[in-house]
Ligand binder design. Structure first.
Ligand code: 3UK
Length: 518
């Protein structure tokens, strides 16, 4: 039976099935392709077993957290499935964060084992202190500098290719992902083994129509559940192959080069990614994109003009869908053959959506309200944040914090956030965090950060800054403030524009009126 509800899955269900279901008939089919390695399902599975055995030898037990701080590569995917197979919880860490931001995640997740890509070993070292509890570090070496921990290759060298899957309940957790909030530290979100299979079927197979003939490629990384689902779990669920690429999403030319070389059929990208491809004038002449059959966009709303321009230049449709870390993946989506550019599409079967007013009462069609979702793949709580959990996870319904309206034809349209959070390049940025970082600078008296649309209609942070010394904004003050931010926060959080003002608009009680700055 094809599982579309949790109850359709066996009670004892280990999601390593997503990989191993391919062993019987497709063991020799291509599973994973990178610039360095090409592996079949059989080869991946043998290496998963070796890594699983190596983890057990370190003392990793079911429920233990294993942090993965790694650029997208074969070892990421293999370690991930090894965690599932032995019942451990994989913590995919955002590789763009600073040491301080990573430290919080190591502490909060209580990771005992850290798999780190050699390119990130310095920041990993910096992130650990007496409060982190990492006992073992394994370096996924893509160069030969070996100054930290054992290398992945040495670690698994003598391990057996035989390993029995741990007995795992379908409701047991397999992943912990971190997502930023308005204030405070990022929130840890657990998902269970059942969620991977259900999202794979409900959206990957039923809506996107993935088949074993597909080959996916995602600019969104595996540490983000958009990338993890779209570019690993869903394709393997149907026996398709994946292309993994360690480079930066910002390098549109590299992204196009990967498509040209590895010939994927599906491209996952954030709206900014599509906009930066379009910024390369002759990209359709310079790169062969003929392998692609569809694009997928998520992370923030894809503006209709970007959809149109991409479609005109490539002939390709982009499937925009809204997903969240809380739901693991996409729950409202356009679909092949049924697209309204600019909208998020229609609810994915398996999810119920309602739009409510401040009292929780459903609004009329066409009216804007807060979007709530009911579905079986929703997380249950935020780790160590019970108050916030109670606000968001309201029994069967999950409050997204997104403003939406539904049109008369049943399409859902994004209409902003009910908090001040910004999506920048598809990733959360908290204006409050940027403000508190700017205010740490000696020259800054006060400031306010708001989202402002760039040329492509995509939101980026803009800071309005009042200096201690009015008129003291020397030529390099903008650069100095941006540098100050980049030193203290992930670079994507930096303000793209800084405007110096004499004062900020405030209410009678002294609260900054962000809406007036917007
Ligand atoms: C916003 C969108 C309009 C929206 C995600 C696909 O983005 C993902 O997860 P996050 O937890 O953020 C969730 C929030 O991002 N958003 C996402 N997609 C869209 N807004 N149109 C869209 N298409 O505010 C939502 O609440 O970072 C996306 C799959 C997995 C994911 N984790």
């Amino acid at each position: 039976m094809i599982p579309r509800k949790a109850a359709d899955l066996p009670v004892w269900y280990n999601a390593v099935d997503i990989l191993e279901r391919n062993l019987e008939h497709r063991a020799d089919a291509q599973a994973l392709i990178t610039a360095e390695r090409k592996l079949t399902f059989g080869q991946v599975s043998a290496e998963v077993n070796r890594v699983g055995n190596a983890m057990k030898a370190l003392g990793v037990r079911p429920g233990d957290r294993v942090a993965i701080l790694c650029l997208d590569c074969a070892e990421w995917a293999i370690s991930f499935f090894a965690c599932l197979k032995i019942g451990a919880v994989a913590v995919g860490m955002n590789t763009l964060l600073t040491a301080r931001e990573l430290r919080h995640i190591l502490i909060d997740s209580d990771a005992r084992v850290l798999l780190v890509h050699s390119a990130l070993r310095e920041i990993a070292t910096e992130s650990m202190n007496e409060d982190t509890r990492v006992e073992h570090i394994v370096v996924v070496a893509h160069d030969d500098a070996l100054d930290l921990g054992v290398t992945y290759e040495e670690w698994i060298a003598d391990e057996s290719e035989q390993l029995a899957a741990e007995r795992v309940h379908r409701d047991d957790f397999g992943t912990l992902n971190y997502s930023s909030g308005t204030t405070g530290q990022p929130k840890g979100i657990f998902h269970a083994h059942r969620d991977y299979a259900l999202t794979a079927q409900l959206w990957g197979a039923d809506v996107l129509g993935l088949s074993q003939d597909d080959r996916t490629f995602s600019v969104a990384k595996l540490f983000f559940t958009f990338g993890l689902g779209g570019n690993l779990l869903f394709p393997w669920w149907v026996g398709a192959s994946v292309v993994l690429y360690p480079g930066s999403p910002r390098q549109a030319a590299d992204v196009l080069g990967v498509i040209d070389r590895f010939r994927p059929t599906i491209l996952y990208n954030a709206p900014t990614g599509y906009a930066s491809i379009l910024a390369i004038d002759d990209f359709t002449e310079r790169y062969d994109l003929s392998s692609l059959r569809l694009g997928v966009s998520a992370g923030e709303a894809l503006p209709a003009p970007v959809w149109q321009a991409f479609n005109e230049r490539t002939g390709l449709d982009i499937i925009d869908g809204i997903g969240s870390t809380e739901n693991f993946h996409i729950f409202i989506s356009n679909r092949p053959g049924d697209i309204r550019p600019g909208s998020s599409g229609k609810p994915v079967p398996g999810y119920e959506c309602r739009i409510v007013d401040d009292e929780g009462v459903a609004v009329e069609t066409g009216d804007v309200g807060t979007l709530q979702i009911k579905g079986e793949t929703a997380a249950l709580f935020y780790l160590h944040q019970s108050e916030r959990s109670r606000e968001v996870f309201q029994g069967e319904w999950l409050d997204t914090g997104d403003k939406y309206y539904e049109d008369e034809d049943g399409y859902f349209w994004h209409a902003g956030r009910s908090d001040d959070m910004l999506k920048v390049g598809g990733i959360w940025v908290s204006p409050v965090e940027v403000e508190s970082t700017l205010i740490e600078h000696d020259a800054v008296l006060e400031c306010a950060v708001v989202g402002v649309e760039d040329n492509a209609g995509l939101v980026k942070p803009k800071a309005f800054v009042v200096l201690h010394e009015p008129g003291g904004a020397g030529d390099d003050m903008v650069d100095r403030l941006v540098e100050h931010c980049v030193d203290r926060m992930a670079a994507y959080k930096r303000p793209r524009w800084i405007e110096f003002v004499d004062q900020l608009p405030k209410t009678a009680t002294g609260k900054i009126q962000r809406f007036r700055l917007r």
